[in-house]
Design a protein around this ligand. Sequence first.
Ligand SMILES: Cc1cc2nc3c(=O)[nH]c(=O)nc-3n(C[C@H](O)[C@H](O)[C@H](O)COP(=O)(O)OP(=O)(O)OC[C@H]3O[C@@H](n4cnc5c(N)ncnc54)[C@H](O)[C@@H]3O)c2cc1C
Length: 388
Amino acid sequence: MARIAVVGAGMGGLAFAAAMRNSRHEVTVYEQASELVELGAGISLWANGTRLFDEMGIADAMAEQSCETEVAFFRNEDGSVAGSQLLARENWYRNAYGYPYYGAFRTHLQSALLEVVGRERIQLGKQLAGLDESVDEITLRWADGSSNRADLVVGADGIRSVVRQYVSPQAAPVFTGNSAFRGLAKTAELDKLPEPRSFTDWMGDGMHVLNFPVGKNFEYQTIVVFMDGPEKWQHEAWRVPADAESIRAKFHGWHPAVAQLLQHVNLAERWGMFQVSPMQSWHRGRAVLIGDAAHGMMPHHGQGAISSFEDAVALCHVLNDSRISSIAEGLARYQQERKARGEKIQQSSRSLNDCLHLPPGQARTERNAVLNSLDRHFSWLHSYKLGV
Ligand SMILES: Cc1cc2nc3c(=O)[nH]c(=O)nc-3n(C[C@H](O)[C@H](O)[C@H](O)COP(=O)(O)OP(=O)(O)OC[C@H]3O[C@@H](n4cnc5c(N)ncnc54)[C@H](O)[C@@H]3O)c2cc1C
């Protein structure tokens, strides 16, 4: 039996602890926050994530609380449809991938995971300051001066990971040159939305607005405004004040549904979008990275949390595999399975940003052909099955 210390009780850390619930290993999760509060309203959960829900013990809870969105629409500024892809309509997505797409509240996902993990396995108020490793074990040093020892540390501590500083000191979050504004609205208050049970990207030059329904009865819409710029992020903070009126003015002349969506977005708070630069290795000695710590990415594929689930379950498989004789062998196998895929999703999310923000012209016409055959272009993403 190994003592496994997970740093971070976010999406990846909780998913790992949930998947490990019946393992012979002893798993403890350490979280810097003094209470678990989930930021952000809704989350898109594609089939490569929902196919793992049984193993994570959350399949029933999520089926009870999420909606199955009907269609993904891509619309121009004036609302005309540039491309579309069936999802639950005609049962297309389940037929194609065997598992559903869900629009869910992040709080529901977090509660479902916490229920499986059990709060007694999570220690709050533990901020990792550093790691020291000897031949036999690894020591976690906490900011409060205390320490714990473990056989393996799983760095699930997000995009500003302290575990990553140990694993790959030169890797860092890099500003992508893009920012976002977020909101949540009751669907009933958005009477101008043409398809409230569908996922819509409203695309313009250098920016787009995304809305998708969440909750069992499609009762809320998650809204995100994505924008190119600023060129540089000269702040320590991830969220900074913005001039709401000048942001709103950029959408002048767009479809009336967009103006209505914007009323529910906090345009006075701009989120910088960062991604983690690729690194040589996701593990060093007795420490390994999962989730945003390993491959923090732009959110356009809706894959950040889901790829942390893929990492979590893959790591769980190698650690529970009796044919794998050492932690070092298990971590090498984990990296072989996950690193190339994580980096591919990262790159694809970056390219999708540019694709959604094209100016009018020939490139848009070519893009729209892709948007109308999305399943062909992105089936590698949604049909993925773990090879370990
Ligand atoms: C606008 C936006 C929309 C998104 N939409 C989607 C979506 O629809 N679908 C999707 O799959 N993904 C989406 N994502 C991405 C997703 O939220 C992240 O990829 C996901 O939360 C990553 O999980 P994680 O566990 O790696 O990190 P996190 O969830 O960030 O968790 C990290 C945890 O570690 C803790 N921690 C950090 N440092 C320390 C420390 N030193 N000591 C102890 N604890 C520490 C933190 O407090 C936190 O609890 C979106 C992201 C953004 C910005």
